[in-house]
Design a protein around this ligand. Structure first.
Ligand code: ADP
Ligand code: MG
Length: 707
């Protein structure tokens, strides 16, 4: 019964009717647990209980009295309905007014006993409560919940007030007392945390602010603890799974290096050896390779894949888009053109095989799948297509997932290993750095390699903010650059213009002027750059059209490419030297950083123009951060500071509770959690002694989406 209490639907709780249950559901609150964990975002201190005669102006207080007289009137100008009550205690009386709340008349009657709580204002020469909280005291034994104490304030929604939530909370809080503690006793002792049931009581009905804060601390700890436990257990379980040990020899690696037309950076080499160490282990490993756009992650992964193939095992590369999959395939086959053990490109539109430079051909999907299943193909590069059910592998030794934040990494790996005795080693790659402050919590102690430098030949990109006033000047400069043979990206926040005839949400109304691909394409191709070849690219175009555009840009038959953020990840065109971003304030800093990484890849000086019509100071500061930051990590830290972890990660997307979001930035808390998780898993990796913790962890996991 006890654990079940948590998942009891609110509609079945005594005292919560179906109407209320439905409104709660709109807040996302379905079970007892959901409601118990719906924490107040602040507390209103109404604990200052006064006699009416003792009140003074601008004081927040609660008084207890009787309604002597009640009347309604309308204000002359605005036709507001005013309810005026005279409330008296033994010491005196005071006027109380409410505006436009006719429904209160059903409750407020002469002669009833009432608490009034709020700020006292001087109105003319008399004191007055204006639209205060009130609470009818129906009998002497009644314990007030909205007045006379610290009152929790919850965020409200249509149909539910803070008062309403306090009301239903009263119904579920008694259930909390039967909830078993799930945190290990040592942790409670060490940190002097209240027990779960006390903490729930204290956060919703605190006797003092200190009590509420202590409860908050426990819950923040608890969430970080569960988060990190999930991550650390994942790693632990992966380490239990058998994998192929795929060792390398130094000669072999030297040979691979010699195929490259450039010298790898120290960061690339370090990352490569980290990965090679991983795959030489006989248990499954998972590493995250983080490196700025253009830092050369692909070639590092490609060399690891060669080692895998040299052991007659398969390596699978999964990229988030068709364009990227093709690019990886080309990188691979152009650097390692001697490689004859079979490389395939597999996307929904392309099936190509390569057995060395002379032996490259398009192939039917059916034939390709048989070659993959038989192991004749050692390296498979593709999109999601590579993990569809109909793709069977011979034996996968390494799975590389590019831009890992777009995938559920472990689920994907599980898909691949469904028919294998050995689990593949996992390598995820990402150009979106996770700030150090958040990394321990979000990644646990996942193995991490960082490429923190760009190849030597890269010149810093000249980045400028372009206000409306300087638009023409910027156009002229860009035009002149394009005339000398360089290429230009133009990124817009939207695909099409909004139709002002249609009913728009307030948010859309604000975005009516936001630049869009279709209009900019028209304008640039017909007027501003009419003597240049202008192309357009966005996510709603057909896949082969996109393909044509992208390859046109790649081989130089298009000078200016107007697009949405689809070009965000990974596209590599060294001759493109100008990144022009419209409405740059609509993009996150990390995203802007990614855009900028599209240029500065060749020998020519590159430029990034951040167009903005906004004059807000914060916008300017954010954009300036992009100019200042030395690398993606520094920028991610700044972005985090500007937006806070909630916005930075998107609370909605991750499901991480607010308290935990805040706590993630507290290094002491994070360290404390880390040590607690490590010591717990050391003594009891399966949580056998902590069944309630295991239970909680499961519930928690269902709510969180980290990958
Ligand atoms: P990302 O890390 O963004 O995925 P890529 O792997 O796409 O970067 O590499 C970007 C470009 O840099 C590619 O054209 C690649 O061939 C080139 N490159 C990679 N490493 C080096 C290096 N050490 N020196 C010069 N160019 C490199
Ligand atoms: Mg890449």
């Amino acid at each position: 019964m006890k654990e079940n209490t948590l998942i009891t639907p609110l509609s079945t709780v005594h005292g919560i009717g179906p109407v209320f249950a439905e409104r709660l559901e709109r807040l996302g609150l379905k079970t007892v647990k959901d409601l118990l964990y719906y924490f107040p975002f602040r507390y209103q201190d109404f604990s200052n209980i006064k006699s009416i005669a003792g009140l003074s102006s601008n004081e927040v207080a609660t008084v207890h009295g009787v309604i002597e007289k009640i009347s309604i009137s309308k204000t002359f100008y605005k036709k507001l309905l005013v309810i005026t009550a005279r409330v008296a205690d033994e010491s005196g009386s005071i006027e109380v007014v409410w505006f436009n709340q006719r429904h209160l008349l059903t409750q407020l009657k002469e002669g009833i006993s009432i608490n009034i709580a709020g700020i006292v204002k001087m109105q003319g020469k008399k004191l007055q409560f204006q639209s205060p909280e009130f609470e009818i005291i129906s009998r002497d034994s009644y314990v007030p919940r909205h007045t006379g104490k610290l009152v929790p304030i919850y965020s409200e929604t249509k149909g539910i007030t803070s008062k309403g939530i306090r009301f239903v909370m009263e119904k579920v809080l008694p259930l909390a007392s039967s909830l078993p503690e799930f945190l290990p006793q040592e942790i409670l002792n060490k940190n002097s945390f209240p027990t779960l049931s006390d903490a729930l009581e204290h956060i919703h009905r605190p006797a003092s602010l200190t009590e509420a804060e202590e409860a908050q601390k426990r819950f923040a700890f608890q969430d970080l603890f569960l988060l990190q436990l999930i991550k650390t257990k994942e790693k632990y379980h992966l380490a239990q799974k058998p994998a192929h040990a795929l060792p390398y020899t130094p000669e072999q690696i030297k040979k691979y290096f010699s195929y490259l037309p450039f010298e790898c950076t120290p960061g690339q080499k370090k990352a490569l050896y980290d990965i090679l160490e991983d795959i030489s282990k006989s248990h499954a490993t998972h590493r995250l390779l983080q490196g700025d756009v253009g830092s050369g992650k692909t070639v590092v992964a490609a060399m690891a894949a060669l080692v895998v193939a040299s052991h007659q095992k398969q390596a699978v590369f999964m990229a988030p888009t068709e364009v990227l999959a093709q690019q990886h395939y080309h990188t691979f086959t152009s650097f390692f053109e001697e490689f004859s053990h079979g490389v395939a490109l597999l996307t929904s539109n392309h099936t190509t095989v390569f057995f060395g430079k002379e032996l490259e051909r398009d192939i039917s999907k059916k034939e390709l799948l048989t070659h993959i299943a038989s192991g004749k193909i050692k390296i498979v590069i593709g999109t999601h297509s590579v993990i569809q059910k109909n793709v069977a592998f011979d034996d996968v030794g390494l799975l590389v997932i590019d831009e890992q934040h777009r995938f559920g990494v472990h689920q994907r790996a599980a898909l691949l290993s469904r028919t294998q005795t050995h689990h593949p080693h996992l390598l995820s790659m990402s150009a979106t750095p996770i700030p150090r402050t958040l990394s321990l919590t979000l990644l646990g102690d996942l193995e991490l390699s960082i490429i923190n430098e760009l190849p030597k030949n890269r010149k810093p990109i000249d980045t400028r903010i372009v206000p409306a006033l300087h638009r023409q000047q910027a156009y002229a400069f860009i035009h002149q650059q394009a005339k000398t043979g360089r290429q230009v990206y133009v990124v817009c926040p939207r695909i099409a213009s909004l139709d002002p005839e249609q009913k728009l949400t307030p948010r859309q109304l604000l975005q009516l002027d936001v630049k869009n691909v279709e209009e900019e394409y028209k304008k640039l191709s017909k007027t501003v750059f009419k003597d240049l070849r202008v192309g357009m690219l966005h996510g709603q175009m057909k896949s082969d059209e996109k393909q044509k555009m992208m390859s046109g840009f790649k081989n130089g038959t298009i000078d200016v490419l107007v697009s949405t953020s689809v070009i965000e990840v990974g596209v590599d065109v060294p001759n493109a030297t100008i990144m022009m971003i419209e409405g740059s304030e609509y993009f996150g800093l990390s995203q802007l950083y990614q855009f900028r990484g599209r240029v500065g890849r060749g020998e020519h000086q590159s430029y990034c123009f951040l167009f903005t019509e906004s004059r807000s100071k914060i916008t300017m500061e954010r954009l300036k951060a992009l100019i200042k930051a030395k690398n993606g990590f520094e920028l991610a830290e700044m972005d985090l500071k500007f937006r806070g972890p909630g916005q930075f990660l998107g609370t909605e997307q991750t499901g991480i509770p607010d308290l935990a979001m805040k706590a993630m930035q507290n290094p002491h808390m994070v360290k404390n959690v880390y040590e607690s998780v490590q010591s717990l898993l050391k003594q009891d990796p399966e949580l056998k002694k902590y069944p309630y913790l295991a239970e909680y962890l499961k519930l928690f996991e269902q709510k969180i989406h980290l990958e």
